[in-house]
Design a protein around this ligand. Structure first.
Ligand SMILES: C[S@@+](CC[C@H](N)C(=O)[O-])C[C@H]1O[C@@H](n2cnc3c(N)ncnc32)[C@H](O)[C@@H]1O
Length: 445
């Protein structure tokens, strides 16, 4: 069976099966983590209950958090069901041939965006049903957009899709296509955009008070605005270049270029490819690139000069720089403020293919041991975040799993054998084994 969609959202990936397997394993891991968190809370609650002098406030907080964790577990299990029990899986697993370049940010990354986008209190009754942050994001993007009529707009890495929705309410064009790889954010966004109310508990990382340790939030569409343009959510990995070239007259990258983790020139040339000549690239977000290599952490000045290079195919028309509050929940005792850089760069010509950099070339580590076999191998210099002990353990795990495959064992058999080492039930180890196998197959293909 060919895997084409999930909950009505089209899967546009080089290997939809690899995406499905990858995120299915992440979904199972997320559920196992939630279960383990709830177990820890229950244990803590139990020991507090058995302490005669226990503080009733602590008991209340723990009871509320436990309820919240169990509730979220139940909700997410339901949401992940089409991913975990996709009808194509049993057939597809047999024909799995390996796969692509999906990045492996955890599924819960940006979970709080869901609350910011669809649940946090409105700025004020008179100013419409927008939260302070989503309103600021929309305004910053509108300030950068061109005055001309827009036809087809692409939003890359749209997350939980509030900006995409707000733009669809604000501008009239033929279609806004919003892409994403994270199924948690997009499956939730789909439900909300379909007009459903999604209840989830927001659990504060650092609660501001007893009452705000966990709060049930109702995620839903604002009722005071209506979409003027068609909005399409599409599962698509930007790095795979699957969208047809010159198909969009606006490409928006909101809080995206830092996360996608490609060298700037590669991102620039991929966006150039997607735009029609005369079309505009509108960026808004921080510039912290996901890289271990300090030399790739470009400043705004360097980005601006690379954008204006004669071979870039772009001409910068507008620039902005703001300090924006990030994820300031009323539940939490902490928040961030980031410098956010914006630009509108108009495509003046196609970037010539010989100028398009080879991703492999630019991301390959500059390894001294290739040039000089007499030098000690200092892995920490190439991989500053490497935990050698952890890496050695995970390789030992891989070797154990590969041997078990060689012996013809099933994932369940392997998980049952490994469960005591992890101190987890076998069901929670199954996704770990699946994850190791998926990553191994990807690394070999
Ligand atoms: C920092 S979040 C920003 C989300 C949203 N644009 C916002 O402003 O709230 C970056 C998003 O990009 C998505 N993403 C990362 N790599 C991607 C890729 N290769 N293709 C499409 N989306 C990607 C992530 O899943 C994440 O939701």
């Amino acid at each position: 069976m060919f895997i084409q969609s999930i909950n009505g959202l089209k899967l546009d990936f080089e290997s939809p099966l690899a995406w499905l397997l990858n995120f299915r394993a992440s979904a199972l891991r997320t559920l196992a983590n939630l279960e383990a968190d709830a177990k820890r809370t229950a244990q803590s609650l139990h020991s507090h209950k058995n302490t005669p002098a226990s503080d009733t406030q602590t008991l209340t907080r723990l009871q509320n958090i436990l309820q919240a964790q169990n509730f979220n577990h139940q909700k997410l299990s339901k949401m992940f069901q089409p991913l975990i029990e996709h009808p194509a899986l049993p057939h597809a697993l047999g024909s799995f041939t390996g796969a692509p370049s999906l990045q492996t940010e955890s599924l819960e990354a940006n979970f709080v965006n869901l609350f910011r986008d669809w649940a946090w209190p409105y700025v004020s009754a008179t100013e419409g049903q927008a939260t302070e942050e989503t309103r600021a994001h929309l305004k910053a993007i509108l300030d950068l957009l061109p005055d001309r009529k827009m036809t087809r707009v692409l939003i890359l890495g749209a997350g939980s899709a509030r900006l995409a929705f707000d733009l669809a309410c604000e501008i009239k064009c033929d279609e806004i296509v919003a892409t994403e790889i994270n199924p948690l954010l997009f499956l939730a966004a789909k439900e909300i955009l379909d007009g459903k109310t999604l209840d989830l508990y927001e659990i504060a990382e650092l609660p501001a008070s007893l009452e705000t340790a966990s709060v049930k939030q109702s995620l839903k569409l604002p009722t005071d605005v209506q979409m003027k343009s068609k909005l399409t959510l599409l599962f698509n990995d930007f790095t795979e270049d699957r969208l047809q070239e010159a198909q969009f007259d606006i490409v928006i990258t909101p809080w995206f270029i830092d996360v996608v983790g490609l060298p700037f020139e590669i991102t620039r040339s991929k966006i150039n490819r997607l735009l029609t000549v005369g079309g505009s690239w509108v960026n808004l977000g921080p510039l912290m690139f996901m890289t271990n290599d300090r030399s790739e952490l470009l400043t705004n000045d360097e980005i601006q000069s690379r954008l204006s290079q004669s071979n870039s195919g772009f001409r910068v028309e507008r620039k902005s720089q703001n300090w924006l509050t990030q994820l300031k929940s009323s539940l939490s005792a902490t928040f961030r403020t980031d410098a956010v850089y914006g630009w509108r760069a108009d495509k003046i010509e196609n970037q010539k293919t010989e100028q398009v950099l080879d991703t492999n070339q630019t991301t390959a580590p500059r390894a001294e041991f290739i040039q000089d076999t007499g030098k000690p191998v200092v892995l920490e210099r190439l991989l500053p975040n490497l935990d050698l002990e952890e890496a050695a353990q995970s390789h030992a795990l891989l070797s154990e799993i590969l041997m078990a495959c060689h012996e013809g064992q099933s994932v369940r058999q392997m998980a049952t054998k490994l469960a005591p080492d992890f101190g987890l039930p076998a069901e929670a180890v199954e996704p770990i084994v699946q994850g190791v196998l998926v990553n191994f197959i990807r690394s070999q293909s």
